[in-house]
Design a protein around this ligand. Sequence first.
Ligand code: F6P
Length: 331
Amino acid sequence: MTKRVGVLTSGGDAPGMNAAVRTVVRAALHFNMEPWGIYRGYHGLIHGELEPLTDRSVSGVIQRGGTILKSARSDEFRTKEGQSKALDVLAKHEIDSLVVIGGDGSFKGALALAEAGVNVICIPATIDNDIACTDYSIGFDTAVNNVLDAVNKLRDTAASHERVYVVEVMGRDSGYIALYSGIAGGADVILIPEVPYDVDQVCGQIVQANEAGKTYNIVIVAEGVKSISGASGKTSPSFEIGNYIAEKTGYDTRITILGHIQRGGSPTVRDSLLASKLAYHAVELIYQGKTNKVLGEVNQAVTSFDVDYALAQEKQLNLDMYHLATVLSAI
Ligand code: F6P
């Protein structure tokens, strides 16, 4: 029987996931394997939502954001019962290999399947870029470009009204989107979860910049930064920070939360190429009988690490970029 390869997307969607799915399908056919699409991530796997895919199933999707396979976060899959149901579905459909496209939560699920004997290869896709063992994850570049587009627009109105604009961007525990978009968007202040901040110092820097001739300011806040009091809560930190800046400096201040718009849209060239490259290597590894790997790209070369090793690593902030931000902005 022809070897069957399943593919699923899991966790928050990321632009470029479709490019990866498309390549998995076409590479599988190239290696004479049968590609199967699993819908709604691990939730769909548990509930038997899967079907064979053909070359045509993935035509016209490379430029589309989101994921044609849908995505979900599954609490059930975190349980032994859920995992055992998923294994039964794979066995019933004679699928012994799986490409998992998602973030580290998805890779934890993949590890459980690998330990149960499924050949699993993981591809990092999350706008947060919080996965170790790869320089960039699929979707990050598009998200940063989305943020940059918004910041450039906000700059027009900030300059016209001579205001402070506080812009909250995504990144649950990671400052990558804030840092990169802040540098590219010329932000005066960039606040990220990895580095504690002092809000009075932030106000002081804004005042100092304005006394030196600036007439408006852009402050980028990652959603994962702690509140002013230091607590990490569920509410958006940008409201508290923006209101504090307004009160303390007396400057007219506006707060914008960019939200899920950051996750949509056509993938950039960089994300499409990264997705295509990693997905091809994933299928090639499966063809070679390899398993239990997280793929990545480090210094433009494709790398692969054992899933448990990759999960144990902590993604490091790019310190060169952080230094650059401190030189270019007020932080
Ligand atoms: O992990 C990607 C991400 O977009 C985070 O930046 C954000 O905190 C989270 O997902 C939002 O999740 P949801 O789409 O479930 O609201």
